[in-house]
Design a protein around this ligand. Structure first.
Ligand code: ZN
Length: 384
């Protein structure tokens, strides 16, 4: 059997990554960048860092920030309009997962024959090459989703009314620029939640049953970085070394999870969709009970070994316990996250709907073991 392993893109990481990026691409005066960002980032003045960098190199740019937190197709259309009106030649995504996903979808709309509408209609559209070459660069300002190294964009399409994953290998940003300064101002709770998301990506990718030793190695190393540096970034937001390592771990998590995710994400997705709970926090709320559930099942020796391997990564830390579920509960608590869904507006009556959605979630297919709807319900009850 032939396995195909695809690995992503150029990553520039560290203090000064912005300067390294602009020196690397060496833009000419005809270059005009469309900056895709969001209104919060604009209002915080974070984008000034980028525009100053571009001004310093006499680059032309337009800023587009009219996007939703959960991006919709209209955002993409508006962005395409700004791109065309300003005669832009390249795209810079500057923000969290939403801005990066919109930037990638703008590229798809511009470069796929027939745009996103046709993309949706075509069979295996990812096999059709994009028509135009549009450079796209990503500057993440959070450290969690890893969209900067991903080949898909999540957009709510008019025809679907639900989040749709648009996958095409050529929409991966050409360069991901991980500048730790950009995450320096993240509030403590967001640092914790997004960091746990990165951790969960690594953990679930490692546990996913598919055989992918390259992803497994990246997942383990990514987890080590989170365990070592997330507590530091949480305690001191100005610790730029810790910020840098968490950014890198977030990218590594996203690289690893091309192997698959699992039931933590299956349970987190409906919590965000129905109760607007932050994605990373939703993972944090369910992860230890998911692990406890897995530990209780009749596991094969190699599945046991995987859980032990992950638990051993915590050795030497105060949170370390004999089993991974207990260790994880301590680790999550050490980041100021209290257990329970009740405080977030979830009641007993809501659980069957959540369990049904979790069971239908695509991540369920790649969980370490099979899970049925009744089992999802039982785990939600334990988390409540
Ligand atoms: Zn996630």
């Amino acid at each position: 059997m032939v396995a195909e392993y695809s690995f992503p893109t150029t990553i520039l990481v560290g203090q000064g990554a912005g300067d390294a990026w602009i020196n690397k691409i060496n833009p000419n005066p005809q270059q005009h960048f469309l900056i895709v960002t969001d209104k919060t980032i604009l209002s915080l003045g974070l984008c000034d860092w980028l525009t100053e960098l571009l001004d310093g190199h006499q680059c032309q740019y337009s800023v587009f920030a009219d996007i939703h937190a959960n991006p919709i197709q209209e955002d993409v259309k508006k962005g395409v309009q700004v791109y065309s009106d300003s005669a832009a030649t390249a795209i810079i995504a500057f923000g969290g997962g939403a801005a990066i996903d919109v930037a990638k979808a703008i590229k798809l709309e511009l470069a796929y024959p027939g745009g996103i509408e046709q993309f949706q209609r075509d069979e295996q559209p990812w096999e059709q090459a994009l028509q135009a070459s549009i450079d796209c660069y990503a500057f993440p300002t959070t450290a969690g989703t890893g969209s900067e190294v991903g080949r898909s964009a999540v957009i709510i399409l008019e025809s679907q009314k639900d989040k749709t994953v648009l996958f095409h290998p050529q929409i991966i940003p050409d360069i991901a620029v991980l500048e730790p300064k950009l995450t320096q101002g993240l509030p403590q709770a967001i640092t914790a939640a997004t960091g746990i998301d990165a951790l969960t990506h690594c953990l679930e990718a490692y546990l996913a049953p598919d055989i992918h030793p390259i992803c497994d190695g990246i997942a383990l190393q990514g987890m080590e970085l989170v365990l070592q540096f997330l507590p530091r970034a949480y305690c001191d937001g100005d610790d730029l070394e810790a910020r840098e390592k968490i950014q890198l771990a977030a990218s590594m998590g996203a690289i690893a999870f091309q192997k698959g995710l699992g039931m933590v994400h299956s349970m987190a997705h409906p919590l965000s969709a129905y109760f607007n709970i932050h994605h990373g926090l939703a993972n944090a709320l369910v992860i230890s009970q998911c692990l406890h559930f897995i530990e209780q099942q009749n596991l094969h020796a190699d599945e046991h070994k995987k859980l032990h391997t992950l638990n051993d990564l915590f050795k030497g830390q105060e949170c370390h316990q004999a089993v991974l579920s207990k260790t994880m509960a301590n680790f999550v608590a050490s980041l100021g996250i209290s257990p329970g869904l009740n405080p977030h507006g979830v009641n007993q009556d809501d659980l069957p709907l959540l369990a049904e959605a979790a069971y239908r979630d695509p991540c369920t297919e790649t969980n370490i073991i099979a899970v049925d709807q009744a089992q999802f319900l039982a785990v939600y009850k334990a988390v409540l």
